[in-house]
Ligand binder design. Structure first.
Ligand code: ADP
Length: 308
């Protein structure tokens, strides 16, 4: 194989009780990338369409992730990357993760798969480090493994793919306002009370058990964020009203996607998802903010090769 085309999907990280550890993969929104072998060694980004992002490999997460892989698998071959962005950078639905994961997935395929999908996480994380200041795996893991993932540790990388109940459907609202990850990180308090920590790990454990048992009631009771949401939700317009209407329309859970400004709701089946989407639309339209809504089943396959 000399060249491949890839669909690299968006993802929702944090997922309420799983700050920095949980993430799931979307199927209706993602970037496309073309990765091509070249004779001269190294990595080049030759084209980016859809958004203004740097072509410089040191300044683009795709270049940083690709370089991390090649530093661990020396080869005489080189690679050219084209990126067609559909996920807006800074939207909170894993724009940087899609590019970082896409680069390492594509190169690995062209090299004949020297690395497993789990092994690729560590290289993709390097790209994420460029975007947000510190490498993290909660977006790149669901993109590379598909479904819902839990990052137990990043040093060393230890990621578990969790079961994904078939009916689980996500509705993601992206209000088009600027919210920098850096700012969303800055407002977090450095310390957590024992009481809040106990609630959070109780909820996280229960959510994982609920996925294994397809127990939607328990999912609903456990998809809560006692620690980060109270601080970050203040940065998101109409957060409380959106949460209220989504719950009223049958959302199992509602919270911030990544570090925002996007919010997500999880529900059972597409009918309820449509109602939730309509309710979100009504509220966000009433305050005159431009937005996009994605309705998506959980993408259990994750990143994939598509026809050229
Ligand atoms: P998101 O959660 O949507 O990925 P982040 O704030 O974590 O948002 O990452 C976006 C940042 O990464 C922006 O500053 C953007 O310029 C930078 N970046 C560098 N390369 C890329 C890329 N290929 N795709 C998206 N963002 C990139």
């Amino acid at each position: 194989m000399e060249k491949i085309k890839i669909f690299s999907p968006g993802s929702v990280a944090n997922v309420s009780c799983g700050f920095d550890v949980l993430g799931f993969c979307l199927d209706d929104v993602g970037d496309e990338m073309i990765v091509r072998k070249t004779k001269s060694p190294g990595v080049k980004i030759t084209k980016i369409e859809g958004q203004k992002l740097p072509l410089d490999v040191k300044k683009n997460v795709a270049g940083v992730a690709a370089t991390a892989l090649l530093n661990n698998h020396p080869t005489k071959e080189g690679f050219e990357i084209e990126i067609y962005k559909n996920i807006k950078a800074g939207s909170g639905i894993g724009s940087s993760a899609a590019s970082a994961a896409g680069a390492v997935f594509g190169i690995n395929e062209l090299l004949g798969r020297p690395f497993t999908s789990h092994e690729l996480i560590v290289f993709a994380m390097e790209g994420e480090g460029l975007a947000s200041g510190a490498p993290h795996a909660d977006n790149v893991s669901p993109v590379l493994l598909g479904g819902i993932t839990l990052v137990r540790s990043i040093k060393p990388v230890d990621v578990i793919k969790l079961p994904c109940p078939k009916e689980l459907t996500a509705v993601v609202l992206h209000p088009k306002i600027e919210l920098k990850t850096l700012h969303a990180r800055e407002i977090l308090k450095k310390n957590v009370s024992m009481e809040k920590a106990i609630q959070q790990w109780g909820n996280l454990g229960a959510f994982v058990a609920a996925l294994y048992n397809e127990d939607y009631e328990l999912m609903s009771r456990s998809l809560k964020d006692e620690i980060v949401e109270p601080m970050r939700s203040l940065l998101i317009p109409e957060f409380d009203s959106l949460k209220k209407v989504c719950k009223a329309e049958g959302a199992i859970g509602f919270g911030i996607s990544g570090s925002g400004p996007s919010v997500y709701a999880l529900t059972r089946g597409t009918d309820k998802a449509q109602k939730i989407s309509d309710a979100m639309k009504k509220i966000i339209s009433s305050i005159g903010i431009d937005f996009v809504i994605h309705i998506s089943t959980i993408n259990n396959q994750g990143i994939k090769i598509i026809p050229n």
